[in-house]
Design a protein around this ligand. Structure first.
Ligand SMILES: NC(=O)c1ccc[n+]([C@@H]2O[C@H](COP(=O)([O-])OP(=O)(O)OC[C@H]3O[C@@H](n4cnc5c(N)ncnc54)[C@H](OP(=O)(O)O)[C@@H]3O)[C@@H](O)[C@H]2O)c1
Length: 269
């Protein structure tokens, strides 16, 4: 178990959805916060809510994490503020719906930058300190990476997004293995469809998958927090999502990809 008292969690994408709920959960558990996203106004509102509710102290960093210089800026700001980041939550991410050949190239590359490169970069920047600290204070640090059930199979119509989440899943599992015994845990949270801004922003509100319902962001956040504290390498939020993720293991890949396409298609087409 991680020791939550007077520690700091840095959460990317804390202005909406799962990241916002993760911030509420970490604050309730006694963490101070570094809140990162572009929407500074939303982060300020959240910080004031959490200060009133739990006495949480928050550093707000309104930054576009698709900027290649953003991870170094974030590290610089936490260092200048004298903040030791005990838990890094790499949650910020977005998807892009449509045929790869027709999608906007800049958006596609920004998606890889945010979902893959920034996540990797922040992890590499904060991890050495966590490993060093764990030598005297075992289980004091951890990393929670938000992937998706999309990481378990290819996803036509969101080809790049699914591939970025496969990266996050495999990267996190490999890292958890490398860090085994060093006192720093890595957990990969894999939500299925969740009611947030995500599908609206991805222009994917019509897809068949959403007809099966979506989980609420708070439940997903609680699952992620619990798994991190328990030192689990992977957690799939929701039994139905767990079952779906397992079902692809023994099925032919071409069939899995064809079924994924059906769930991604828009119902009205
Ligand atoms: N919702 C789902 O169905 C679902 C399912 C599986 C996995 N996930 C994953 O869960 C994570 C959170 O998504 P969500 O569902 O909570 O979506 P969301 O409601 O759209 O929230 C996304 C968060 O990421 C931040 N963000 C996006 N682009 C950013 C940028 N360029 N720089 C900094 N921050 C940025 C947003 O803040 P600003 O706009 O203020 O910058 C926002 O706080 C993502 O990694 C997503 O892939 C979501």
């Amino acid at each position: 178990m991680l020791n939550a008292h007077s520690k700091t969690a840095l959460i990317t994408g804390a202005s909406f959805g799962i990241g916002l709920e993760l911030a509420r959960v970490f604050a309730r558990e006694g963490y101070n916060l570094v809140l990162v996203a572009r929407s500074g106004d939303k982060l300020r509102l959240l910080a004031s809510e959490l200060e009133k509710a739990h006495g949480t102290r928050s550093l707000i960093l309104a930054v576009d994490l698709t900027d290649p210089g953003a991870p170094a800026y974030v590290l610089d700001q936490t260092t200048r503020a004298g903040i030791q980041v005990d838990v890094l939550v790499n949650n910020a991410g977005f998807g892009q719906y449509g045929l790869f050949a027709e999608n906007d190239l800049e958006d596609c590359l920004r998606q890889i930058q945010l979902n893959v490169t920034t996540l990797t970069h922040l992890t590499r920047l904060y991890l050495p300190e966590m490993i060093e600290r764990a030598k005297t204070e075992p289980k004091s640090g951890g990393i929670l990476n938000v992937a998706s059930t999309a990481g378990f199979q290819p996803g036509p119509l969101m080809a790049v997004y699914f591939a970025t989440k496969a990266y996050v899943l495999h990267f996190s599992e490999a890292l958890a293995n490398e860090l085994d015994g060093l006192g720093v845990s890595v957990t990969c949270l894999c939500p299925g469809a969740t009611a947030t801004e995500f599908h609206k922003r991805a222009n994917a509100t019509g897809m068949n998958l959403l007809k099966f319902g979506a989980m609420d962001a708070r439940t997903v956040a609680e699952d992620g927090y619990r798994a991190l504290m328990a030192g689990k390498p992977v957690v799939i939020s929701g039994f139905k999502n767990w079952l779906l993720a397992q079902s692809v293991r023994f099925s032919p890949r071409r069939l899995v990809t064809a079924i994924a396409r059906k769930t991604q298609e828009a119902g009205s087409r």
